[in-house]
Design a protein around this ligand. Structure first.
Ligand SMILES: [Zn+2]
Length: 174
């Protein structure tokens, strides 16, 4: 799993580390980070997103705990895992939340782009690959594809191969 899906390997471990921090177990968190997160992922395929996630976690362990909001972190870890499953394992796509999100995005996102993004309201979308909100005013489908090709910090060759080429309209719902 580490080789094929490093993000899925890191997310639950990162959350465990934060829980330790939240309990005031700074030393244990550091040990867990070294042994269970840093060492095994040293040679894994890393994206910029994953580098940032690990760097930020390291900073929090090193004493910058003011940033730690456990409730928010739990929510965001769950959402990131859910996003990841949607993107990489679309056949698991059965949750009510996912169904509701697809319903919301209908009519705004075509079939190919809906696999990687969702509408969160108005002209606000969320990239399911890097989990970040995006404002896409015009032609959200083309803009989403451009984001993934050119800006997304968590893009992988596997996802790139599923994207329409630049300047080609994404596929409509078949
Ligand atoms: Zn992205």
């Amino acid at each position: 799993m580490l080789r094929a899906h490093p993000e899925l390997f890191v997310l639950p471990r990162r959350q465990h580390c934060l829980e330790l921090l939240g309990e005031g177990e700074g030393e244990q968190a550091q040990q867990y980070f070294n042994d269970m997160i840093f060492a095994p992922t040293r040679d894994a395929r890393r994206t910029r997103y994953l580098d940032d996630l690990l760097g930020q976690l390291q900073g929090m362990i090193a004493g910058n705990k003011a940033q730690l909001n456990l409730l928010e972190e739990r929510h965001s870890t769950c959402r990131s895992i859910q996003d990841y499953l949607r993107v990489y394992f679309p056949a698991f796509d059965r949750g009510d939340e996912v169904r509701a999100s697809k319903e919301r995005s209908k009519g705004r996102l075509h079939w190919t782009t809906a696999a990687f993004g969702e509408l969160i309201g108005g002209d606000r979308f969320r990239c399911l690959v890097c989990h970040k909100p995006l404002t896409l005013r015009n032609e959200p489908n083309n803009r989403m594809v451009s984001h993934l090709h050119d800006e997304c910090p968590n893009i992988t060759p596997g996802i790139r191969s599923r994207l329409p080429r630049r300047n080609r309209p994404p596929r409509l719902n078949p």
